[in-house]
Design a protein around this ligand. Structure first.
Ligand SMILES: [Zn+2]
Length: 91
């Protein structure tokens, strides 16, 4: 079962697609020399589609924007998981 595969160390959330692949939500850096995470990324392990959201575009008086960026990519992941029928190639 793909749901039994180990989560990446930095995965925050995981979605299971109808095809049986997983979509992982991670925080990453935009530039190689960025020292702190500043972007939320979801990546489909079935078809390799992905979506990202920069925190600074969502920053407001309540925070650095990570929560809103997470929310944006979670919506993408949920929607993609409902339609993606690609399956990952067995290791
Ligand atoms: Zn996919």
């Amino acid at each position: 079962m793909t749901t039994q595969t180990a989560w990446p160390e930095n995965a925050i959330a995981r979605y299971l697609t109808v095809g049986g692949a997983t979509i992982d939500l991670t925080h990453d850096t935009l530039q190689a020399d960025d020292t702190e995470p500043n972007v939320s990324i979801v990546h489909c392990g079935g078809c390799l589609a992905y979506s990202s959201s920069e925190w600074r575009l969502h920053a407001d008086q309540w925070g650095d924007g990570s929560n809103w960026a997470d929310e944006a990519v979670r919506r993408w992941a949920q929607s993609h998981a409902e339609t993606c029928r690609a399956i990952p190639k067995p290791a």
